[in-house]
Design a protein around this ligand. Structure first.
Ligand code: KG4
Ligand code: ZN
Length: 345
């Protein structure tokens, strides 16, 4: 019988200290996430220095919890996957250092993982039968990409945001509405009760045929609307603004993702990243996709936002394809999805 491959995965690219253990890449044995949201909330966003310090305090405990929860001893781990970019450099370095120490101490192969790629792989955990190729919409706090995933580790970038990421736009508008951080889930909740047609905010489709995105014009339009209503002494409905703003974002995401799938002759669209948790986007893309005969996949919410299980799944495929790192692995804060893993043993 073939031996199971056990992966220990570590994720510290932003404000979640996370570790997970997986069997054969897609079977999650444990998935521990320690969120720092409560700490960063009072600053209205992630403070990089604070994030690094909290990762240092938590990382060893979180890794031990992940192993204990999975009932796996470190001696039985076959590879250690770690996010090496993109992300906050100080935060990334904590996870990388922990992973290197364990890899060196126990002589376990070290596997570098691209965080954006990890988000996509959350879908392989959710849907054990899912295989590339497919079109993927990656929408998170730092990234908005429309890609064609040809094979494991092989991507064609179709479009990306030219300014703010989708999640960043949600966070900025939430702040302007006085809602707090992170804004996405709060706007999502208000949008359910608000009227999505109350304010006609712009949709940025850009040049004909473009798969790029832009959210800065929409952000200005919402801020202008709020300011001019205030100047005129008019009451605004926060729920209506939230719903109308969200509608503008998700319509463009949905329309471009469906157009990309048609152009690439792909009957599957996979969505990934924190904004994939958005109920409005889930409903709209599922409904419109169905009309077009497309198969639309979203990971469950716990796998949408940052976690180490998705990093472990991505590490597994790198490991079996021989994409490993040496102990000189460094953080790459600006790593791109299209950058193929360079380190190879
Ligand atoms: O993927 P993620 O956890 O971190 C990054 O890699 O960036 O994404 C976090 C982003 C935040 O901007 C947050 O506001 C957004 O995802 N987000 C949402 C929702 N849940 C999280 N945006 C819209 N609707 C949601 N339900
Ligand atoms: Zn992320």
């Amino acid at each position: 019988m073939k031996k199971d491959i056990i992966t220990l995965a570590i994720e510290t690219s932003c404000d979640e200290t996370a570790a997970a253990v997986l069997k054969n890449g897609r079977h999650v044995l444990s998935n521990i996430i320690s969120s720092q949201i409560e700490i960063h909330k009072k600053f209205g966003g992630v403070v990089p220095e604070v994030a690094s310090r909290k990762h240092i305090e938590n990382i060893n405990l979180i890794i031990q919890n992940a192993l204990d929860d999975a009932g796996i001893a470190l001696d039985n781990v076959d590879n250690i996957g770690v996010t090496y970019g993109p992300g906050l450099v100080g935060a990334l370095l904590v996870g990388i250092s922990a992973a290197k120490a364990l890899a060196f101490g126990k002589d376990i192969p070290l596997v570098p993982v691209n965080h954006i790629e990890g988000h996509i792989y959350a879908n392989f955990i959710e849907y054990p039968e899912l295989e590339p190729p497919f079109v993927c919409l990656v929408v998170s706090g730092g990234h908005t990409h429309l890609v064609y995933m040809k094979d494991y580790g092989d991507y064609e970038l179709l479009g990306r945001t030219r300014d703010d990421a989708a999640g960043e736009a949600f966070d900025k508008i939430a702040r302007a509405l006085g809602l707090g951080y992170p804004g996405g889930p709060l706007i999502d909740k208000l949008a359910v009760i608000g009227n999505k047609n109350a304010v006609d905010f712009p949709r940025a489709y850009l040049e004909e045929g473009s798969y790029d995105f832009s959210f800065s014009g929409l952000k200005s339009a919402v801020l202008n609307y709020l300011n001019s209503s205030k100047q005129k002494g008019e009451d605004i409905s926060i729920e209506d603004v939230a719903a109308s703003f969200q509608q503008s974002v998700i319509e463009v995401l949905t329309e471009k993702a469906i157009r990309a799938a048609k152009q690439m002759n792909s009957n599957t669209i996979v969505v990934a990243g924190g904004v994939a948790a958005n109920q409005g986007l889930r409903d709209m893309l599922t409904e419109r996709g169905k009309k077009e005969g497309l198969d639309i996949r979203f990971p469950s919410r716990i796998l949408c936002t940052d976690n180490a299980a998705m990093i472990g799944c991505s590490a597994y495929y790198n490991f079996i394809n021989g994409n490993m790192a040496g102990l000189d692995l460094n953080a790459e804060p600006n790593l791109k999805l299209e950058d193929r893993i360079k380190q190879s043993l």
